[in-house]
Design a protein around this ligand. Structure first.
Ligand SMILES: *[C@@H]1O[C@H](CO)[C@@H](O)[C@H](O)[C@H]1NC(C)=O
Length: 557
């Protein structure tokens, strides 16, 4: 990983950003002056006139706020307002559905073999109603998505999904491929319950495993995939797709499918979607932040002559609803939130351990001051020495030093912004990326996964989120309890969450670093955050399914 590159500039930058340093008296006097000035500014800031807090929300809305907010403040022109389902259960009822007769779930659908949108398909010969099955074989569990579509318009229109999960994931079955295959029976039974018998033969089915399965040794993963395919073919009436029915998905496809899902639900890529007059792409950029990696997918627009997307792995030519989209995508492995946390802790611990020149041979400190933990909080983390691989437990302590600015300095080192850039321009870690300012200047941006999980509890619903919002939120979180009381004092659940998650300061600071320094979004760039739209999870599954049903339909004989 790029973080401990022994370049002097890095160390200097770190020295400047963190804690005590061995500097001369003159500098020290400066420091005193700076502290005094800082205190003065703070006092002025606290007591001086300033705008009221930019938002307020009524305490009665308390339940809307915090963990229960599962839906995003997204504008979705012609679609039903997002509803609020509890994970997995489909008890929720649609809210503000513009076409009241549209069944938004299987439970409210009067006749799953028909649709309430029309009585005849748009294209003669096309099926009126179409189901499709997608199994997401993830590392922690397998999930089935049963999607219902209709063909009332010129292209397939998504109606709703039924979703079920089973644990553990396929990879837990290692050398028992048949058991792995059988673990999906529960999911397939759900598909049998939902899909009407008359439509099963023409219901395409695919299984896509995420990268975890690839880590199994030898032929174990291939054996599992083969057993799954065999069982699905022999035991169930659905139509396994011809091309790659059961595969381990490419990271590249995952990002692009998530882009399709979001843009489909936001109605920017369907046939007849409003364009943007060619000035800016009407599509959303989709940024995902997982535990191990982070992804960006967007449709750049090159307005200057002689500029275009450089050829390479990052380029993705997509045809969707008879329109071509040239997408830029990249997945940064190692820049997921959990990996970023590890890197920050490693770096902080490393700096602490080399600060004792006269005490060589002494045990490294067991308690380390860490600016990325909220002030007044601490946490024990297991830190691994990159060279020796030796792990030890270190207490990271935010005590008086937790601060967004100082943490941001550490994050800057983790980002490897100054890594060698072979094909310009680069985002970070030497990765080519067309400038978002130039090629996506007024495009809309959607943030998913951890971005949503960490930001939504701290912000009032439907608030405008900019890079600055994230910075100011991080600032308040990093400053600890007094600052929390100021901002979130009337929300007991938020206060409890903040106290229970000392690394929230780190998480938000990393997000800021990623967006501002990494991708180089302007301070004022607006973001939307989301997890679900139209009762449907924003992830790769629907996108992959749309790509699957978009082609020619084949039925089982
Ligand atoms: C660190 O602490 C955790 C929890 O107490 C423990 O499970 C783990 O084994 C410890 N690791 C080391 C290297 O001591």
């Amino acid at each position: 990983m790029a973080i401990l590159s022994p370049r002097s500039t890095n160390y200097e930058r770190l020295e400047g950003g963190m804690g005590p340093s061995r500097l001369g008296n003159k500098r020290f006097a400066w420091k005193k002056f700076a502290i005094a000035a800082g205190v003065l500014i703070t006092i002025v800031w606290f007591f001086g006139p300033r705008e009221p807090r930019s938002f307020s929300w009524s305490p009665t809305k308390g339940t809307d706020y915090g963990k229960n907010v599962d839906t995003a403040p997204l504008p979705g022109p012609p679609m039903p307002a997002p509803t609020k389902p509890e994970s997995g259960s489909d008890k929720s009822k649609p809210v503000g559905n513009p076409t009241a007769d549209t069944p938004a779930s299987f439970e409210t659908d009067p006749d799953p073999t028909k649709t309430t949108h029309c009585t005849k398909p748009h294209t003669p010969g096309a099926p009126l109603v179409q189901y499709a099955l997608m199994i997401d074989a993830g590392s922690t569990g397998s999930r089935i998505h049963v999607y219902k579509f209709n063909n009332c318009g010129p292209s397939t229109f998504y109606e709703y999904e039924v979703f079920k999960m089973t644990q553990p994931g396929l990879s837990k079955f290692k050398d028992k491929p048949l058991d792995a295959a059988k673990s999906l029976d529960e999911l397939m039974d759900e598909a049998m319950r939902v899909v009407p018998a008359s439509l099963r033969k023409c219901t395409p089915l695919a299984v896509k495993a995420t990268a975890g399965l690839r880590l199994l040794p030898g032929s174990q993963s291939a054996d599992i995939l083969e057993a799954v395919e065999k069982r699905l073919r022999e035991e169930y009436p659905f139509q396994l797709v011809e091309k790659d029915p059961v595969v381990i998905m490419d990271g590249k496809d995952e990002g692009v499918y998530a882009w399709i899902t979001a843009n489909y639900l936001l109605d920017t890529i369907r046939a007849g979607s409003p364009g943007n007059g060619g000035k800016a792409p009407g599509t959303y950029a989709v940024l995902d932040l997982g535990g191990a990696s982070t992804q960006i997918v967007f449709e750049p627009m090159f307005s200057k002559p002689d500029t275009a997307l450089v050829e390479g792995e990052h380029k993705y030519d997509l045809e969707f609803a008879k329109k071509n989209h040239v997408l830029y995508q990249h997945s940064y492995l190692g820049y997921g939130l959990m990996r970023a946390r590890n890197h920050v802790h490693q770096l902080v611990e490393f700096m602490a351990s080399i600060r004792l020149p006269d005490e060589e041979g002494k045990e490294p400190p067991a308690v380390v001051g860490n600016p990325c933990l909220a002030r007044g909080t601490q946490r024990v983390v297991e830190v691994e020495d990159e060279r020796s691989g030796v792990k030890r437990n270190v207490t990271m302590n935010g005590e008086q030093i937790g601060s967004f600015e100082a943490c941001n300095r550490v994050v800057e080192l983790v980002m490897a912004k100054d890594a060698i850039c072979e094909v310009k321009p680069c985002s970070f870690n030497g990765v080519y990326q067309p400038s978002l300012l130039d090629t996506f200047s007024s495009g809309k941006v959607l943030l998913l996964s951890y971005f949503y999980d960490r930001l939504s509890p701290l912000l009032p619903p439907k608030s405008t989120i900019t890079v600055q919002t994230i910075a100011s939120t991080a600032k308040d979180v990093c400053l600890g309890h007094t600052s929390w009381l100021n901002r979130w004092g009337s929300h007991a659940d938020v206060m409890k969450d903040l106290a229970g998650r000392p690394e929230w300061c780190l998480d938000l600071t990393f997000m800021y670093g990623l967006l501002r320094l990494g991708y180089e979004f302007e301070e004022t760039r607006e973001f939307e955050i989301g997890k679900q739209l139209q009762n449907t999870e924003l992830g790769w599954c629907l996108g992959a399914t749309l790509a699957m049903v978009g082609g020619s339909l084949s039925c089982r004989v």
